[in-house]
Design a protein around this ligand. Sequence first.
Ligand code: HEM
Length: 402
Amino acid sequence: MDAIEIVTSLTTPAGRADPYPLYAELLQMGEAVELGPCDVLIVGYEAISAVLRDPGFAVSDRAKPDKDFPGWQANPVLVQAVDWILNMNAPRHARIRSLIARAFTARRVAGLEPAIAAMADELLDAIADRGADGSAVEFMHDFAYLLPVTVICELIGIPEPDRERFRPIARDLAGVFELTDLSALPAINAAAVELLEYFTDLAARRRAEPRDDLLSDLLAVSDAADGRLTDFELLHNLTLLLVAGFETTTNLLGNGLAIVMQDPLAGEGLRDGSVPPSAFVEEVLRFDSPVQLTSRVGYDTSVGDVRLSDQTNVIVLLGAGNRDPRRFADPASFDPLRPDAGPLSFGGGAHFCIGAALARLEGAVAFPRLVSRFPKISAAGEPTRRNTILLRGFDTLPVTIA
Ligand code: HEM
């Protein structure tokens, strides 16, 4: 197959189910693969690391919607998305990211560990009740989805009674990451409007009465005398934290459990303590990354043998780099004790995932509990995959525990 045929195959149901043989073919073609005069795929581990760290590669920002999508301003979700740090370049990106990082500290993340453990145990109790008689339980909904969204709500400071209402809205909004069909926009816009109203109201309450949560800390940063974070920048990036933080982590949990169910030895190491939970999480991230790709705009340079320009759309295939045989020994085997760990799944450089420590913590808390509590956990019928390419995960993953 040539590169175009491989990319076309990646979008078919079979390619989505298992893209890895197709990635292996792309990796044989070099570090970068030209698809056309303005489209390049970056597939090799070293090239991906270099591109993500090279400030010459910009993320596509406001200038692009003006060109590709006149009238985009009529869509509330896109108005919010141009304020997301994910879609911003220097110097604005550095300013806003550092202000958010000041509130989203390692201390705040580490402090969530007891709450995450309690939430995970509560969800596992409910699964134990439902599955005790051998009935099938839906892991994606009953655990993989509920844990991260509840953790994000806890982190931001969304009161418990509001969380139930919040979950479907967050899920609708996450559709913006895979916007291939404009007919999805009305539902995504409605979610964006509802979330913004909710956060505006919650921010007013936290301003009046600050608490020990991320929102109160962000408000303190934005209200500081230098006024460097505007209200909209703050509120819009809150919606980003919500959408970037939960479906990705949901997929980490689902993809990890699927690995354990296919290869019981993978779970055994976690149960008997020979595999550290953090090493298990790193290998799940590498082996089946919840985020498979990101994109950049090129500039006048070369990657591998390919020439680029400022007109080049650059697709960075993180999922392929994670299976690069030039970087990882035996890349298609799941080996949490591999000495050459180092997945690309959280990106790299200026846009490196701001929630990486939180996602890692959630995985490290959840996986050992899951496999120790349910040593017999196994698949109950065929799982279904999400119909997505950028995010990789399951829609349903039915299991039995008895
Ligand atoms: C396993 C879970 C996760 C994965 C695989 C993941 C992956 C990524 C990747 C690949 C990027 C960089 C995108 C790029 O360079 O274009 C990113 C950025 C980001 N992530 Fe995550 N993420 C995860 C969890 C989270 C969580 C839990 C949060 C928040 C609570 C979060 C918030 C963000 C934000 C705000 C950015 C943008 C950073 C910037 O542009 O400066 N992510 N994530």
